[in-house]
Design a protein around this ligand. Structure first.
Ligand code: HEM
Ligand SMILES: *[C@@H]1O[C@H](CO)[C@@H](O)[C@H](O)[C@H]1NC(C)=O
Ligand SMILES: *[C@@H]1O[C@H](CO)[C@@H](O)[C@H](O)[C@H]1NC(C)=O
Ligand SMILES: CC(=O)N[C@H]1CO[C@H](CO)[C@@H](O)[C@@H]1O
Length: 334
C-alpha cells in the first residue's frame, strides 16, 4: 500500500507535467484509488448510505439551496490535498485552515455535514469518515437536484489531518482563469479537459456573489468574441451588481433553472449568458466549445458523463487504510 501511494505521487507529477496533452483517463485515476470499494460500509455500517440519503432529502426539502452548497464543498475538498475532508477542519490558533481562505470564503453546508456525521456516529460510532460523507452527500445532492440517477460512489476515504488556507488559494481555480489555465488546473488533479468541461456543468445550480464576475458586466467584449456577454443579460447583471451601491446577496449562476441540475448551463453559455469569465472561456477553444454544444443539445449525454466525472473527481488523491483516520467531529482532528 505504501509503495502504491509513492508510485501514485510519481504518477501525479508526471500527469501534471504532461498536463495540457492529457485528454483521456489519467494514470492517477486508473492506478491511484486502490482501497476504495463499492458498498464499503456493508458490514461495518450497513445503513450508512441510506441514513445520509434519508436525512439529506429532508434537509433539502427545507432548503433548496443546499445541493449546490454540498456539491461545491466536495469539489473544494478534492482539489486541495485530495478528498480527505480537509475542507471541513476549523482553523486553530497556529493554523489558518482551507475554509478560511479567500476562494473558500463563501463555502457553506458545513453544519449539514455535521448533522449527517452526528447521525452516523450514533448509528455506528467511529466508522464512517467525513470524507466519505462529503462524497455521498454531494452524490445525493446531484440526485435530489435532478441529475436523474444516483451514480455509484465507492467508500473508504480516510480523513486527513492537515488543512492550510494557502493550499486552497494555490489549488482552486479562480473565476478569472482562461481555458488553458483551467485545463492545467484539472490536469494537476488527474482530470482531463473533457472532465473539466463536464464538471463545469455543476454551475447549472447555485448562487454566486458579485465579486466572482470579476467586472465582466462592465467591460464587454465585442459581439463576435466568444467572451461576449449578452447585452441584455449584462445590463441585468449591472443592476444586480452595480459598481457602487447595494449589490444582491445571491446571483443565480444559471440564467434559466438555477435549482435544477440540468444541461441549461451549457445552453446559457451558447447564448452568451455564462456568468464567470471561467464559464465563457469554454467557448474559446474548438474542442471545449464542441463539447459545450453537444451537452447543450443532449441533457442525457451530459448527465451520464457528469456522474462518471464526479466519480473520478471523488477519487482524487484519496487517503485509504492507515493513511488517515475517521474523525469523530468533522471540524477537528481526533
Ligand atoms: C472549472 C473551474 C471552476 C471555477 C473557476 C469555479 C468557480 C466558482 C465560483 C467563483 C463560484 C461562486 C462563488 C461565489 O461567488 O460565492 C462557484 C460556485 C459554485 N461552484 Fe464552481 N468553479 C469551478 C468548478 C466547479 C466544479 C468542478 C464544481 C462541482 C463539481 C463546482 C460547483 C459549484 C457550485 C455548485 C457552486 C454554487 C455554490 C452555492 O450555490 O453555494 N464548481 N464556482
Ligand atoms: C491564459 O492565461 C495564462 C496565465 O495567465 C496566460 O499565460 C496565457 O497566455 C492565457 N492564454 C490565452 C489563450 O489567453
Ligand atoms: C468549528 O467551527 C464552527 C463554526 O465556527 C463551530 O460551530 C464548531 O463548533 C467548531 N468545531 C469545533 C470542533 O470546535
Ligand atoms: C468572503 C470572501 O473572502 N470572498 C472571496 C472569495 O473568493 C473570491 C475569489 O475567488 C473573492 O473575490 C471573494 O472576495
Amino acid at each position: 500500500m505504501k509503495n502504491l501511494s509513492v508510485l501514485c505521487v510519481i504518477f501525479l507529477g508526471l500527469v501534471s507535467s504532461i498536463a495540457a496533452t492529457q485528454e483521456d483517463d489519467s494514470l492517477w485515476a486508473k492506478n491511484c484509488h486502490g482501497g476504495l470499494q463499492e458498498d464499503y460500509y456493508q458490514k461495518s455500517c450497513p445503513k450508512a448510505e441510506a441514513i445520509i440519503a434519508h436525512l439529506l432529502a429532508g434537509f433539502i426539502k427545507q432548503d433548496a439551496s443546499l445541493p449546490a452548497k454540498l456539491l461545491r464543498l466536495h469539489f473544494h475538498d478534492c482539489f486541495v490535498r485530495g478528498c480527505d475532508a480537509s475542507v471541513l477542519l476549523n482553523s486553530t490558533k497556529n493554523n489558518q485552515a482551507e475554509k478560511d481562505a479567500m476562494p473558500n470564503g463563501t463555502l457553506e453546508g458545513f453544519e449539514i455535514i455535521d448533522k449527517l456525521k452526528a447521525a452516523l456516529e450514533k448509528a455506528c460510532p467511529g466508522v464512517v469518515s467525513c470524507a466519505d460523507i462529503v462524497a455521498y452527500a454531494a452524490r445525493d445532492s446531484t440526485f435530489q437536484a435532478g441529475l436523474g440517477y444516483r451514480y455509484k460512489v465507492k467508500g473508504g476515504r480516510k480523513d486527513g489531518s492537515i488543512s492550510k488556507a494557502s493550499e486552497a488559494v494555490q489549488n482552486l481555480p479562480p473565476s478569472t482563469f482562461n481555458v488553458t489555465s483551467l485545463i492545467n488546473s484539472f490536469a494537476s488533479k488527474g482530470l482531463s479537459a473533457d472532465d473539466m468541461v463536464t464538471l463545469s456543468g455543476a454551475h447549472t445550480i447555485g448562487a454566486a456573489h458579485c465579486p466572482s464576475l470579476a467586472g465582466r458586466q462592465f467591460s464587454n467584449y465585442p459581439p463576435k468574441s466568444p467572451l461576449h456577454l449578452d447585452d441584455a443579460y449584462a445590463a441585468k447583471l449591472r443592476k444586480m451588481c452595480p459598481k457602487s451601491g447595494k449589490t444582491v446577496s445571491q446571483l443565480p449562476m444559471d440564467a434559466y433553472t438555477p435549482l435544477i441540475l440540468d444541461n441549461k448551463y451549457y445552453v446559457g453559455l451558447l447564448h452568451r449568458k455564462g456568468l464567470f469569465p471561467s464559464d465563457a472561456t469554454l467557448l474559446t477553444k474548438s474542442d471545449t466549445q464542441k463539447l459545450v454544444a453537444a451537452y447543450a443539445g443532449d441533457r442525457h449525454y451530459w448527465a451520464t458523463k457528469f456522474g462518471a466525472a464526479m466519480i473520478k473527481m471523488g477519487e482524487v488523491q484519496v487517503k485509504t487504510g492507515k493513511q488517515g483516520e475517521v474523525r469523530r467531529l468533522c471540524s477537528r482532528v481526533n
